[in-house]
Design a protein around this ligand. Structure first.
Ligand code: GLC
Length: 894
């Protein structure tokens, strides 16, 4: 076998087009010229390969490289290649008029006869209604997303008139119009939550399932998985077709993942709709008119779920009950990661990890891009990569985990065992004539495993030891749209077949990544049965959150991209995907010190935090490790990554909450404050867990920013302890090293000492940071071993801390173990009084200097003591033995 990577990863990728610093190479005359000069093939865009000749890795990479240069320069012909190609609008003149004939009550709802169609309106639970329209006699659709289609048997009260059939449960009333099929959902008070628009209705237009809904002017829409643009999707035209969109524009319609679930928020509260259709689907969210929205797909069946609220949290809890929840991730995956396409040979990875350790910037994982492979053949190791066992040993000795990239395309090559085995067993996606489909990805001409088949998934899963045996801890899934350098629209042709010729690419495309993830997750679980599996993927469908985190692909080093990470991650969170992140600093193009500093600040509060970059297009080969752009950036990285590490107990708790009810970790403000209309369109602030609000600076040159503080709470400045009342916009000074962070008054935030990696020290002391609100505060802490699945069997602890103040200013702090199942190593806890301490005595109270704080005598005799008073930062720290559950802190002079 040849090993193209050995000579080429560096060589081939070095002859690129220069990008402007800090931004995409927008079409400045010089750059356009440079593109033209270096790329004589632009006009023909993609050279047509000779179908009788296999592409070498070099040729495949050349094709892709040229596409990327054009995309980065935003050239129209390249842009066309990231459009799905079959976005055919719905023809509104050809909509169906489905009239309901016979109605038959079923145990969970009703069956409606509508000519050659059947309608089924069924209760999955009292608050979740599944609406189906299918051709009569058609077998039930088997969803990959839904784990529980019958959550609870419900009692239904029914009534029927000549024009309507009504079903009422304890949660929702469904009124079905019979003359022209349509559903109206009403809440307990009889208010309409959501209704079909009877002017258009629901049904099929030439095989396209569609649903039209009415909307109120003020209704906002959230979710839709991974999306560009702002948080609120009202007015947007959204498409779901997993697309390898290198250097996507900040308003790109198609990027990598497809999660056809959204939440509507209006005066009656929130509701959700999950259109469980894997075909290319479209959503016109009041984009054509102010009073209706609609969604449709290019094929497949009409199946959607209406999910009752009224709280956004109710909707997400019910949606994730239906499609499953993210599992508690290994703690190391919540640390900081570094990655680069071009770390070659493997010793480079060690140098970078050492660089982190030397500079005391915490780090938990190094990622290996395709550079480690033998000629980009999956599940192989390049001979010039180095001794991976030794590399892994050294990384382990530094406490650094290894993540390896894994792509689905398998090089077509005799002598390559994976290629031969898959071919012998007939495991590839096929052409309509039954022959194996051949596309091209990094290794050259390639086959695409048919992951929709359980036997293929099991086979793929069985390959994972080739990576884990060399110390790989986590898997990074890429190119699983699936991307195809020579296919139409950069993917496989729509008539390529799967599932032994029974399904077409049109149906499988959006779930190819889903199945690839399942195979990988299962392989990793099998290879490392004692560990929590960590997989992150570029592609997803609804339900993928059961197996993986999401990363938002090939973003760009510019301010628009930094800005868009926030609504993108928040909407992913509102779509059931709590573990989400973006290439910090941007993947494409050169970052600037200022941009990188701001991105590190913001990225240190991304659920998945990884720096990743490709500098092969830059003549200066600028590096993007945190120390590459000057000491100021390096200091900022140390400060914010350290903050991330000190907050790990809190963050672990936020992930635990997510496993319980689907709650996002990086939460849109609207998730918690849906009744505050001022937050509905806020795309550049978020809640980190339930109690911390982060307002990153995402504007070039800004040294201050406006921060909206939601109503109903006071907010305490994380850095200064200053208190502000909610329901107002304040201006916060934000020099380069300050990212505004506020705590919801009344919260207790758990922190720990900063470690250089998550496994460095045992968790022996937790700090409960008390931020009083009206003299009270509370918070919870989740604790487990951070590594194994034992937590699923109850091996975890939860604690609830409650703080109250008396009129004399003394404070009672009580910590209860609310779940006991894990042999904790905690020996002590610290009560850290933070924020505006003079409020301890209530409003108008005399100021009490924290240096005068004293522990009441009974507590001090049981080993409780003040360990720190910090007048500058206005904090007092009291250390308490872990078994002392109640402490009273009195203040001198009170
Ligand atoms: C794709 C990935 C990127 C990776 C590259 C090489 O572009 O999105 O992250 O570095 O492929 O594997």
């Amino acid at each position: 076998m040849t090993t193209p990577e050995d000579q080429s990863t560096t060589q081939l990728r070095r002859s690129g087009t220069p990008f402007a610093r800090g931004r995409l190479p927008l079409l400045t005359a010089g750059i356009a010229l440079a593109c033209t000069l270096t790329l004589p093939m632009i006009a023909s865009a993609q050279p047509t390969p000779d179908p009788d000749k296999d592409l070498t890795a070099k040729q495949a990479q050349k094709i892709e490289r040229e596409r990327r240069v054009q995309l980065a320069a935003n050239e129209a012909n390249a842009q066309r290649a990231v459009n799905p190609g079959d976005e055919v609008p719905l023809d509104k003149s050809k909509l169906q008029n489905l009239k309901v004939g016979k109605t038959t009550a079923t145990s969970d709802g009703v069956k409606l006869e509508m000519g050659s169609f059947v309608g089924l309106v069924r209760f999955v639970s009292a608050d979740v209604v599944k609406v189906t329209i299918q051709a009569a006699g058609q077998p039930a659709y088997k969803s990959v997303a839904v784990v529980k289609d019958r959550i609870k048997k419900v009692s239904i009260k029914r009534s029927k008139s000549s024009s309507t059939y009504t079903m009422k449960t304890s949660g929702v009333t469904v009124r079905i119009a019979l003359n022209k099929f349509g559903v109206t959902m009403l809440d307990k008070a009889g208010r309409v939550i959501n209704a079909d628009d009877s002017r258009f209705g629901s049904g099929y237009q030439d095989g396209k399932p569609y649903v039209f809904k009415k909307t109120d002017k003020g209704e906002a829409f959230y979710g839709f998985g991974e999306q560009t643009k702002g948080l609120n999707k009202r007015g947007d035209s959204i498409g779901m077709w997993n697309t390898d969109h290198y250097a996507y524009e900040a308003d790109a319609k198609y990027i990598y993942a497809s999660i056809p679930f959204f939440t509507g928020l209006k005066s009656t509260g929130a509701y959700g709709i999950f259109f469980d259709n894997t075909h290319h689907s479209m959503y016109e969210m009041a984009s054509e008119a102010d009073d209706y929205y609609y969604f449709y797909a290019n094929g497949g069946e009409l199946n959607y779920y209406f999910i009752n609220g009224p709280k956004m949290g109710d909707v997400l809890e019910r949606y994730t009950q239906l499609t499953g929840r993210y599992q508690q991730p290994p703690e190391w995956s919540l640390g900081w990661e570094q990655s680069h396409w071009g770390y070659f040979p493997g010793s480079k990875i060690l140098d970078v990890a050492k660089g982190y350790r030397e500079r005391k910037i915490p780090l938990d994982a190094m990622n290996m891009d395709i550079d480690y492979m033998d000629g980009w053949r999956v599940f192989t190791w390049g001979k010039n990569w180095g001794d991976q066992n030794q590399i892994d040993d050294e990384l382990e000795s530094m406490g650094v985990k290894t993540i390896a990239i894994n792509d689905p395309g398998v090089k077509k090559e005799s002598g390559y065992w994976l290629s031969e085995e898959g071919t012998d067993k007939g495991y590839w996606a096929t052409n309509p004539d039954g022959s194996n489909y051949e596309g091209a990805v990094w290794p050259g001409t390639a086959y695409f495993p048919d992951f929709s088949r359980a036997d293929v998934r099991a086979w793929w899963a069985g390959q994972l030891p080739k990576l884990t045996d060399k110390g790989v801890d986590g898997i990074w899934l890429d190119m699983n749209e699936p991307a195809d350098f020579v296919g139409p629209n950069h993917t496989l042709p729509l008539n390529v077949e799967f599932s032994k010729g029974t399904k077409q690419h049109t149906e499988i495309h959006n779930i190819y990544g889903f199945w690839n993830t399942v195979a990988t997750y299962e392989g990793l679980k099998k290879a490392k049965p004692n560990d929590r599996a960590f997989v992150f993927s570029r592609d997803m469908y609804a339900g993928s959150q059961r197996y993986a985190a999401l990363w938002s692909g090939d973003n760009v080093s510019n301010w628009d991209h930094l800005k868009l990470t926030l609504p993108l991650n928040m909407n992913a969170g509102l779509s059931g995907v709590p573990h989400v992140g973006n290439d910090i600093g941007g993947f494409v193009g050169d970052t600037t010190p200022e941009l990188f500093a701001r991105w590190i600040e913001s990225g240190s509060f991304a659920p998945f935090a990884r720096v990743h970059y490709d500098n092969s297009f830059q003549p200066d080969q600028q590096c993007q490790e945190p120390w590459c752009l000057g000491s100021e950036v390096e200091d900022i990285a140390r400060r914010y990554v350290s903050l991330r590490y000190s907050l790990l107990p809190y963050t672990n708790t936020a992930f635990h909450n997510s496993t319980k009810d689907g709650r996002p970790v990086q939460q849109a403000l609207v998730y918690q404050f849906q009744n505050d209309s001022a937050v509905r369109n806020i795309s550049d602030q978020f809640m980190w867990g339930d109690s911390i609000m982060v307002a990153p600076v995402v504007t070039e040159g800004a040294t201050s920013r406006e921060v909206y503080l939601p109503q109903g709470n006071d907010w305490i400045d994380w850095w200064t302890g200053e208190k502000h009342s909610g329901g107002q916009t304040i201006t916060k000074a934000a020099p380069l090293d300050v990212m505004p962070i506020y705590v919801k008054a009344g919260s207790v935030i758990s922190t720990r000492e900063v470690q250089q990696h998550t496994g460095q020290n045992d968790f022996t002391n937790v700090a409960f940071n008390v931020f009083l609100g009206n003299g009270k505060a509370s918070g919870t802490l989740y604790e487990d071993d951070g590594k194994t699945e034992a937590y699923k069997k109850g091996a975890y602890n939860t604690y609830a801390t409650t703080v109250t103040t008396k009129s004399n200013g003394s404070m009672s702090v009580s910590t209860k173990k609310t779940h006991a199942g894990y042999a904790s190593k905690l020996k002590t806890y610290d009560i850290v009084l933070r924020g505006d301490l003079p409020v301890l005595g209530g409003s108008g109270a005399a100021k009490v200097s924290p240096t005068k704080a004293a522990i009441n005598s009974s507590a001090s005799t049981s080993g409780v003591r003040i360990v720190k008073t910090d007048a500058k930062n206005n904090t007092v720290t009291v250390r308490v033995p872990i078994n002392t559950r109640n402490v009273t802190i009195a203040f001198e002079g009170k």
